[in-house]
Design a protein around this ligand. Structure first.
Ligand SMILES: Nc1nc2c(ncn2[C@@H]2O[C@H](COP(=O)(O)OP(=O)(O)OP(=O)(O)O)[C@@H](O)[C@H]2O)c(=O)[nH]1
Ligand SMILES: [Mg+2]
Length: 297
């Protein structure tokens, strides 16, 4: 008898949802960075253990929308939570409960969706007993299915997450092959790996206005080499200059760091070429948001 469970990872931006997704499935499929609003679309991570298939859906973090792109991101986050069998609601324990957490927790629990509250980043807490008031408040106000303290980064507490999530699985077919770990197309995964490096290496406003598309991805016929050609879109000429850097130094750094990840992931030598183009104010243009695959409509 096979079983399956769909779990949406929800929570404020930067709480550690994508870190948790990667840690749970044991593959790095979602971009992680210390900058807010790293995740832009829903990302499915799949793990099959014996008869149970876990389908985790990572979502953009909750934040105050500033443009059309971030409104799309919030819609994705909200509809993904509403569609799931259960929600893994991730909170950064050093930040406590924000008004948006309270709203979302209320909305999830009032709809009768099972809610597992993940209290993340416990590695940053010197004195673990300092978390007690937060845990009690969540328990007494929202009566979630479970509250689990974890450190997604240190892979601490993940067994408890899997065990609790597994208890929610229902008899059903497996919707994905048992050896799959994501349904993201390879080009999208590759583009995200490149965007992650931009987020990590560039400061301030520039990375938030960036979109990456992989235009071609082809293995050579005569040798083990994967040619990848990507375009980095930014919002201004001045940003293009920053991305390219003096004598191309920044772009070289970004491409070489991305190539490293791509080679590890695809297990083949990669020849990566990146081009930088400007699309002014694309985050407020529906057509461009759609063409970058960042809208579900
Ligand atoms: N110390 C510590 N840092 C963590 C932990 N989990 C995540 N982080 C860090 O928190 C930052 C945000 O992590 P992400 O996984 O990108 O957060 P997210 O919730 O997916 O963020 P959005 O995609 O913007 O919604 C990164 O710098 C992570 O390295 C943890 O358990 N401990
Ligand atoms: Mg994320």
């Amino acid at each position: 008898m096979t079983r399956s469970v769909f779990l949406t990872l929800s929570g404020r931006t930067n709480a550690g949802k994508s870190t948790l997704l990667n840690a749970l499935i044991g593959e790095k499929i979602a971009s992680v960075s210390s900058k807010p609003q790293t995740t832009r679309t829903r990302i499915t991570g799949i793990l099959t253990r014996d008869e149970t298939q876990f389908v985790f859906i990572d979502t953009p973090g909750l934040h105050r929308p500033k443009n059309k792109l971030s409104s799309h991101m919030l819609k994705t986050a909200e509809s993904s939570a509403a569609d799931a069998d259960a929600v893994l609601y991730v909170i950064d324990c050093t930040k406590g409960l924000h008004e948006q957490d309270e709203q979302m927790l209320r909305s999830i629990t009032s709809r009768g969706i099972s809610c597992i509250v993940i209290v993340n980043k416990v590695d940053l807490m010197q004195d673990k007993s300092a978390m007690m008031p937060l845990l009690l408040r969540i328990e007494n106000t929202y009566h979630p299915y479970a509250i689990i303290p974890v450190s997604a980064q240190a892979h601490d507490g993940l067994d408890a997450v899997m065990e609790t999530a597994g208890a929610l699985a229902q008899p059903s077919v497996h919707y994905f092959p048992d050896d799959a770990f994501t349904d993201q197309p390879e080009r999208v995964l590759a583009a995200e790996m490149i965007r992650e490096k931009l987020l990590r290496l560039l400061n301030d406003e520039v990375p938030h206005g960036i979109a990456v598309t992989v235009e071609s991805m082809k293995e050579r016929e005569d040798r083990d080499l994967l040619d990848i050609s990507a375009v980095i879109y930014c919002e201004r000429e001045s940003h293009k200059g920053i991305i390219i850097g003096k004598g191309g130094s920044m772009l070289k750094k970004i491409a070489s760091s991305a190539r490293h990840d791509l080679e590890r992931f695809f297990e083949i030598q990669v020849n990566l070429r990146c081009f930088v183009k400007v699309k002014e104010d694309w985050r407020n243009k529906e057509g461009l948001i759609r063409s970058f695959g960042l809208s579900e409509e």
